[in-house]
Each structure stands twice: as C-alpha cells, then as structure tokens.
Design a protein around this ligand. Structure first.
Ligand code: CAA
Length: 261
C-alpha cells in the first residue's frame, strides 16, 4: 500500500468536515470540496485550513480532478476576521510560529500535486485567503461577475497562504505589486486578461463550464496526464537542455508502459 492508499483508508470524518465548514464529495475520479459557511461568506478558519490539509492527505489515489467551490453568494471572503479578536494564532516563539503557518499552508500546497488537476470554481468574490486558494489551484474557472482582492496588506499583513508565487508567476512582479499593495478589487474581465482565469464564463453557466472542463480532463490518459503535468511543473526551473532530457525520460517511460513493460 502506498502512502495515499493508506491515507484513503482513513478518510476525514463527516463531523470533522462539518465542524470545519467544509463538504467533500468523491464521485469516482472527481472530488468536490465545498467551502460551506455561506452565512459568513465562506470565511476561513484555522480549522478549515487544517482540514483542507487532511483532505489532501486522505484523498484516494483514484481521484484525478479536485474541484474547489464556495456555497452561497461567494467563493470566500478570506480569513474569518473574528479570529483576530479571538486569538489562537501563532505564538511569539519564532519556531512555533513558523510551524503554525506551515501547517496552514499545507491546506493549499497539496492542490499542486501532479497526480491531480485542481480547479477553483470562483463566483462572487475571492478575497485574501480565498484569492490565494484560487491561486493554489491549477485552473480557475471564473464567473464574469466575480472579483479578486488581495486584502492582506490593507490589514497590516502579508499574503502567506502560498499565493505570492503563483500570483507573480502569472502576472509578473510589477502587476503583483499593483494588485497587493493597493488591495484593490480586480474584476473578472481584468483578471482573465491578466491570466488569473483559465475560463471566464457567464455566472449562470459556472457549474456547466466546470463540468465540461472536468469531462475534458478525464478524457485524456490518466498516466500521461500525470507525467505531462510533472514535465510542465518542472519546466520553469529547467534549462532547455534539462527539460529536453526530462521529456525524453518521461516519454520513454510512457512508451515502456504502453508496450506493457
Ligand atoms: N470574516 C468573518 N465574517 C465575515 C467575513 C469575514 N472575512 N466576511 C463576511 N463576513 C460575514 C459578515 O460579518 C456578515 O455576517 P452577519 O450576517 O452575521 O453580520 C456576513 O458574512 C455577510 O457579510 P456581508 O453582509 O458584508 O456580505 P456582502 O456580500 O454584502 O459583502 C464582503 C461581502 C465584501 C466580503 C464583506 O463582507 C467584506 O468585506 N468582508 C471582509 C473581507 C476581508 O477583509 N477578509 C479578510 C481578507 S485577508 C485574508 O483573508 C488573509 C489573512 O491572512 C489576513
């Protein structure tokens, strides 16, 4: 049994999901995670981030696509602001603090695994931690009335839920400075023009657009999809020579597998 198969033997209990404001549905190769605190616009808590990490650990190896969506009027209004007054954040000890935030980041990092394609279905708005969750996904399907906002600097904080790297990778340092340091709302058409949406769709058609995308992703060979994503993910850090070598390695492995050994 590999690590993921073992983890799949102990899925996250439904009561833990509900307590964390999450829903998880697994239908064959597709897992759907719903941020499910609609009365609070899916504001996110430490428990929600930790439970997202547990979902990542427990995901069955048969899942190929993970859809992340928000219940109600919006994708997510970001961190639950009541947590600032309630405390419970990192302590002043630097090592403990580092570990604390790393645990929360783990709720986001697994969405980049090459074994899955993660899709954020964004409607309404995605603010702060919600915007970063959309950035953590491989693909963003954005409703045309949605908007993003990186609110953290306006609150005296930095975006620390893995969002700065994908934001810079997609829009470049200068536009990322504009978006983060003004904490402005980026409306869907601008977001799409900047590359922050792989699909821009009418709000009423969001679910259908996500379903179409999922169906298209499931059409290609599962092992080729994983190998290709692995290649694409290492491309930015490779020289052309290294990338050519990686392509040869992956292709020879594919050909061996297709020949049956
Ligand atoms: N935390 C806690 N509760 C929130 C919330 C949040 N982030 N966002 C909305 N809510 C609650 C509201 O308090 C309200 O609750 P009640 O009905 O009990 O009063 C309910 O959700 C509905 O809110 P609104 O009536 O304001 O809904 P709206 O759709 O008109 O407006 C909004 C939505 C524009 C998102 C507005 O609520 C808002 O600006 N919220 C705050 C957004 C924010 O600053 N988020 C933090 C970003 S920073 C971050 O995420 C990362 C970090 O680490 C700091």
């Amino acid at each position: 049994m590999d690590v993921r198969e073992q983890a799949a033997a102990a899925p996250v209990p439904a009561e833990d999901l509900a307590e964390a404001g999450l829903r998880l549905e697994i239908d064959g190769p597709v897992a759907t995670i719903t941020l499910d605190r609609p009365d609070k616009r899916n504001a996110m808590t430490f428990a929600m981030w930790r439970t997202l990490a547990r979902i990542g650990d427990a995901l069955p190896g048969s899942v190929r696509v993970v859809v992340v969506r928000g219940a109600g009027k919006a994708f997510s209004a970001g961190i639950d602001l009541s947590m600032f007054s309630e405390g419970g954040g990192p302590t002043a000890d630097p090592q403990e603090g580092d570990r604390f935030i790393a645990e929360l980041q783990a709720g986001y990092t697994w969405l980049r695994r090459p074994e899955i394609v993660s899709i954020a279905a964004v409607h309404g708005y995605a603010i702060g931690a919600g915007f970063q969750l959309a950035l953590a996904c491989d693909l963003r399907v954005l409703a045309d009335d949605a908007w993003y906002c990186m609110k953290e600097p306006a609150l005296g904080l930095v975006p620390d839920l893995t969002g700065t790297k994908p934001l810079v990778d997609i829009v470049g340092v200068n536009r990322a400075i504009d978006i983060c340091l003004t904490a402005r709302r980026v409306a869907a058409p601008e977001a799409a023009a900047l590359g922050l949406a792989e699909r821009l769709v009418p709000a009423a058609g969001l679910d259908d657009a996500v379903a179409d995308l999922v169906a298209a992703l499931l059409q290609v060979d599962a092992d080729a999809a994983v190998a290709t994503q692995r290649l694409l993910r290492e491309a930015p850090g490779n020289t052309l020579e290294q990338q050519c070598a990686a392509e040869r390695r992956e292709q020879l492995a594919r050909l061996r597998a297709l020949r049956g050994g």
